[in-house]
Design a protein around this ligand. Structure first.
Ligand SMILES: Nc1ncnc2c1ncn2[C@@H]1O[C@H](COP(=O)(O)OP(=O)(O)OP(=O)(O)O)[C@@H](O)[C@H]1O
Ligand SMILES: [Mg+2]
Length: 228
């Protein structure tokens, strides 16, 4: 299946029919296919995180449908949703968060072990990734001893340890300087190229869109494709 994530007329309304109602997404249609590297560009409050949460099954639409590899998970059991979140989708959040008492490599191995892989296999796989992305000399460091750029690269490795079909990135370089942001994007581009992993990232930083293949503008919950 080449369509990884599909949105069909997706609306997200927070606190509907109350004085606090917010229409965060208003009829979004979106298709992310295998190998896509797409940025959604929009100002603060335009609905970027809301959209990413729906794409990663962290939340569900008020109206419309979200399909992951052709399946609608609205009525799925929690275990099935957790499985997809562990295997199909990798997340990279704006603020890297790691278990401080575990080393860099152990933090990357954890999603694999949760997914049912032995620690020996998880470690072998993690070492390959650390090698490929030039972090091998940091593998036994604790997160508190790593730089912001290294941590964000580590987040990306943790997101791909289970060979997801898609990586969802929410302002992945929001905390980084330009040089480190560029390095993280190079890692994402390499993953996209060598593994064919789809990447959907959201950002308010127009500068970052130069690294991606396609840009979609999001404004007040509406979207438009800028170029292909
Ligand atoms: N849980 C919630 N309850 C009510 N309103 C919410 C909730 N989460 C987000 N919103 C509102 O929905 C709109 C979209 O929020 P969202 O977090 O998706 O924006 P964003 O584009 O990610 O912004 P930012 O760039 O600041 O992270 C905003 O107006 C926000 O106030
Ligand atoms: Mg956000």
């Amino acid at each position: 299946m080449s369509e990884i994530v599909v949105f069909e007329d997706v609306w997200k309304i927070y606190s509907p029919a109350t004085p606090l109602e917010v229409q965060a997404l208003k009829g979004i249609n979106l298709k992310i296919e295998k190998g896509d590297f797409v940025a959604i560009l929009g100002p603060s409050g335009s609905g970027k995180t809301t959209l990413l949460n729906l794409a990663g099954l962290l939340d569900f639409p008020t109206k419309g449908k979200v399909f992951i590899e052709g399946k609608d998970f609205l009525k799925a059991k929690d275990a099935e949703i957790s499985f997809v979140r562990n295997k199909t989708v990798g997340f990279v959040f704006q603020q890297p968060s790691f278990l401080p008492e575990f080393t860099a490599i152990e933090n990357v191995m954890i999603p694999a072990i949760i997914g049912g892989v032995s620690s020996r296999v998880a470690e072998k796989k993690a070492i390959e990734l650390f090698k490929k992305f030039n972090l091998l000399d940091r593998k036994n460091h604790f997160p508190s001893h790593l730089s912001g750029g290294e941590l964000q690269r580590l987040t990306v490795l943790r997101a791909i340890i289970n060979d997801p079909k898609i990586i969802l990135c929410d302002e992945p370089t929001g905390q980084l300087d330009e040089e480190n942001a560029k390095t993280v994007f190079e890692v994402l581009a390499k993953i996209n190229e060598i593994f064919g992993t789809s990447i959907l990232l959201v950002t308010h930083n127009r500068q970052l869109t130069k690294y991606v293949k396609k840009v979609i503008n999001l404004k007040n919950g509406f979207m438009e494709v800028k170029w292909d």
